[in-house]
Design a protein around this ligand. Structure first.
Ligand code: ADP
Length: 475
C-alpha cells in the first residue's frame, strides 16, 4: 500500500476531504491512497509557486538544467520501481511502463539542453538610433492537469520545459494514477529543486481545475485529456485570457496503400493500435486498406493481434494489460457490439472479461467496417482495430480527414509521390509515414482542429512556456 501526499512548498501534506483510493485494474485490489484535496490545497500550491518564481527565474539556465539532469538521472536509476507503480495503478505491461519512464526522462534531458538555446534576436531598425530587441522570458507560474494513460510522460513533458525556461509549477495528476506522479516528485525533491518550484496537488479535478483557471497568479495552464474537458477549461479560463496548451482527443486513421511493405504496415499498425491496450490519444482508431490488399492485410493483422498475450502487466511476457476501469471497458464493448450490429465481422477477439474490478478485453480485429459505426467516429481507447476498404488515394484522404479530430495519422506506402500527397493533405498535427510510433522528445507533438492547441516536445514545446517581449530602444 502506498500512501501518497500533496507536495506543497517543499512539504508533504495530507490535508483534504478524506482520501482517494487507487486500485489496480488488473486485480481490483486497493493499491494506495492520496489525499482528496481541493480549493485550499490548490491555492496554497499556486501561492508557493508564485513565491518561488522570482528566484527560480533569475537563476541561470545552466543552474536549472543541472538540477533537471539530476532529476533525469534519478528517474532512470529508479525506472523499475516507478514502472512497477505505474503498472499497478494503470495496468500497462511492465516493459511498457519502464519504457514510459525512459521516455519521460528523455524529455527532461532534452529540455535541460534545449533551454540553453532560448535565443532572442535583434532586428535591424528603420530609423537611426533605434535598436530592436526581442527577448524570451518564462511565462510565470504554470499549472498542469494530466490524464491516466501516461501517468509519467504527460507530466514530464510539461514540467521539464516549464522548469527549464524558469517557470514554477503546480501539477494535478489524474485521480486514477496519482502515485506515479508522487514518486516522480519525490525524486525531484531528492534532485534538490528549491521549495515551491514543483508542487503537486491530488484530489477533486473540478475544484482544483477552478483554481488553476481563475487564480490571478497562474499564467499558463497546460492540459492533456479529453476534448470535452479541454473545452470546459478553455471556457473557464477565458475571463483571464489564460495562456493555454491543450492536447486533446484524437481519432487516428491508418491508411495502407497497395504498394506498402505489408509486414512493415502490419508491424506499424500493431505498434500504433495495441500499445497501452489501445489507450492512447494517438492510437490508430480506424484502418483504411486499399481494396487489392484488403484480405491479405486483414489476415496478417488478425494473426499478429491474436498472438498478443493478455494479462496482468506485472506478469512476464504480457503485452496487453487491463483497460483502466469499468467505463473504459464498457465503451470498448459498446463499440464492438455497435460495429457488429451494423455489419462488421469479428476476425479475432471481440470479447472480454470484467469481473471483481479487473477489466480485460481481447485484442480485436473487425472486417467490413463502415463510416456509420461508432468505432469509426469516436475514440475507442481500447484494443479494437476496424478495417475498411478504399479505392483511391483521394478517397483515403477524404475519409481520413472526415472528423473533428486532427491529432495523429499514419500511412504506409513505398511510393515517394503518393506518400508526399498523403503527408501534405492529411489534416493532422502528427503524421507517421511507415512509422507507427512517431513521438519523441525533440519533435513537436500536438493536434489540429478539436485535438487541441499548441505543441509539446521540440522547440515548440519550449516556446510554449515563454513570453516574447519586444524592447524598442532609442539610443
Ligand atoms: P480522460 O479520458 O483521460 O480521463 P479527462 O479529460 O476526463 O480525460 O481527464 C483528464 C484530466 O482532466 C484528469 O486529470 C481529470 O481529473 C481532469 N478533469 C476532469 N474533469 C475536470 C474538470 N472539470 N476540471 C479540471 N480538470 C478535470
Amino acid at each position: 500500500m502506498l500512501d501518497g501526499k500533496h507536495y506543497i512548498n517543499g512539504e508533504w501534506l495530507s490535508s483534504g476531504d478524506g482520501v482517494i483510493e487507487v486500485k489496480n485494474p488488473a486485480t481490483g485490489e486497493l493499491f494506495g491512497t492520496v489525499p482528496n484535496g481541493g480549493k485550499d490545497e490548490a491555492t496554497r500550491a499556486v501561492e508557493a509557486a508564485a513565491a518561488a518564481f522570482p528566484e527560480w527565474s533569475r537563476k541561470t539556465v545552466y543552474e536549472r538544467s543541472a538540477l533537471l539532469m539530476k532529476w533525469h538521472d534519478l528517474l532512470l536509476e529508479q525506472k523499475e520501481e516507478i514502472g512497477r507503480i505505474l503498472t499497478m495503478e494503470m495496468g500497462k505491461p511492465l516493459s511498457e511502463a519502464i519504457g514510459e519512464v525512459e521516455y519521460s526522462a528523455s524529455f527532461v534531458h532534452w529540455f535541460a539542453e534545449e533551454a540553453k538555446r532560448m535565443y532572442g534576436r535583434t532586428i535591424p531598425a528603420s530609423k537611426e538610433g533605434k535598436r530592436i530587441q526581442v527577448n524570451k522570458q518564462p511565462v510565470g507560474v504554470v499549472a498542469s492537469i494530466t490524464p491516466w494513460n501516461f501517468p509519467a510522460a504527460m507530466i514530464a513533458r510539461k514540467i521539464a520545459p516549464a522548469l527549464a525556461t524558469g517557470c514554477t509549477f503546480v501539477a494535478k495528476p489524474a485521480k486514477l494514477t496519482p502515485l506515479t506522479a508522487v514518486k516522480m516528485v519525490e525524486l525531484a525533491e531528492q534532485a534538490g529543486f528549491p521549495k515551491g518550484v514543483i508542487n503537486l496537488v491530488t484530489g477533486s479535478a473540478s475544484a482544483i481545475g477552478e483554481v488553476f483557471t481563475t487564480h490571478p497568479d497562474i499564467r499558463k495552464l497546460t492540459f492533456t485529456g479529453s476534448t470535452e474537458i479541454g473545452k470546459e477549461l478553455m471556457k473557464q479560463s477565458s475571463e483571464r485570457m489564460l495562456n493555454l496548451s491543450l492536447e486533446l482527443g484524437g481519432h487516428a486513421p491508418i491508411i495502407v496503400l497497395e504498394d506498402a511493405d505489408l509486414d512493415l504496415a502490419v508491424a506499424g499498425t500493431m505498434a500504433s493500435k495495441f500499445r497501452n491496450a489501445g489507450q492512447t490519444c494517438v492510437c490508430g482508431n480506424r484502418i483504411y486498406v486499399q481494396e487489392s490488399i484488403l484480405d491479405e492485410f486483414t489476415e496478417k493483422l488478425a494473426q499478429a493481434a491474436g498472438k498478443l498475450k493478455v494479462g496482468n502487466g506485472l506478469d512476464e511476457g504480457v503485452e496487453i494489460g487491463p483497460l483502466v476501469d469499468q467505463g473504459g471497458y464498457e465503451k470498448v464493448d459498446q463499440h464492438v457490439r455497435d460495429a457488429v450490429d451494423k455489419g462488421a465481422k469479428i476476425v479475432v477477439g471481440g470479447e472480454g472479461k470484467a469481473e471483481n474490478g479487473s477489466y480485460f478485453y481481447n485484442p480485436t480485429v473487425l472486417s467490413g467496417a463502415s463510416s456509420d459505426m461508432l468505432v469509426m467516429n469516436e475514440e475507442t481507447f481500447g484494443p479494437v482495430a476496424p478495417v475498411m476498404p478504399f479505392k483511391t488515394d483521394e478517397e483515403a484522404v477524404k475519409l481520413a480527414n472526415d472528423t473533428r479530430f486532427g491529432l495523429a495519422a499514419y500511412f504506409f506506402t513505398e511510393s515517394m509521390s503518393r506518400g508526399t500527397y498523403l503527408a501534405e493533405n492529411l489534416e493532422y498535427g502528427i503524421v507517421g509515414w511507415n512509422d507507427g510510433a512517431p513521438s519523441t522528445a525533440q519533435a513537436p507533438f500536438g493536434g489540429m482542429k478539436e485535438s487541441g492547441i499548441g505543441r509539446e516536445g521540440g522547440q515548440e514545446g519550449l516556446e510554449a512556456f515563454l513570453e516574447t517581449k519586444y524592447i524598442s530602444i532609442q539610443v
